[in-house]
Design a protein around this ligand. Structure first.
Ligand code: SF4
Length: 225
């Protein structure tokens, strides 16, 4: 595993952890290859920051930041992630994880040990389109991660990136019914694809999402970001 696990650090954000000031650690590498991925250099490139350097950075931010967001790439594929999260938590920071949900084993341990405070879970697609979109067969682990979060007390959000060539409004409406069938309640965030960004795969321009084609449910609301 990478001796320099982190590709880059965003030193300050108020946008990523609701109601908290945070920094973002961008973990290098991912076990998926979504063509709409905005972070090809993080997914395909090598890490550039030692974890000890990241800890030194956090040392200088004590009392100034509330939280650390672990994003990527996919942070939970890193072998030492549990120890790293423990070290960050020990410094008094809240922890948010951005994950594609492919590692329920690690997620389960983190939840059991009370090491995470907020999770943003990517819901790429239902089973019929999961492999086409992620170039992986990881729908079943995603389902397990969702169930773990539903069973836990940790605050989490579910979010989907939507490119009109890959997901239609009808897919999103099926996805919200799937979440409802699992007992999820809250917001279902839909992130429209941004045509101005460099991506991992080649995609044509995405059409804007038409909100009138999305049907929220009594316990789950579509929120377009
Ligand atoms: S968008 Fe897909 S490829 Fe990119 S980091 Fe997320 S899961 Fe990995």
């Amino acid at each position: 595993m990478l001796s320099k696990p982190i590709s880059d650090i965003t030193p300050f954000t108020l946008l990523d952890y609701p109601g908290k000031s945070a920094c973002i650690f961008w973990y290098a590498g991912c076990n998926m290859r979504c063509s709409y991925c905005y972070n090809p250099e993080i997914v395909l490139g090598k890490g550039r920051v030692l974890f000890s350097e990241a800890i030194s950075f956090l040392d200088t931010r004590r009392g100034l930041l509330d939280a650390v967001v672990l994003s990527g790439g996919e942070c939970l594929i890193h072998k030492n992630i549990q120890e790293q999260i423990k070290a960050i938590k020990k410094m008094g920071y809240l922890i948010k994880i951005d994950t594609n949900g492919s590692n329920p084993g690690i997620l389960s341990q983190l939840l059991e040990e009370g090491l995470i405070d907020y999770v943003a879970l990517d819901f790429k697609a239902l089973d019929d389109k999961y492999e086409m979109i992620t170039k992986s067969d990881l729908f079943s682990p995603f389902e397990q991660s969702l169930q773990l979060l539903l069973n836990s007390k940790v605050t989490f959000e579910v979010r989907t990136t939507c490119h009109s060539d890959l997901l239609a409004s009808s897919d999103l409406n099926k996805m919200i019914h799937y979440l409802d069938s699992k007992g999820y309640e809250g917001n279902f965030y839909i992130q429209g694809f941004r045509n101005d960004k460099e991506t991992l795969g080649k995609l044509s321009s995405s059409q804007a999402i038409n909100p009138s084609e999305l049907f929220s449910l009594p316990n789950i609301q579509f929120v377009i970001r």
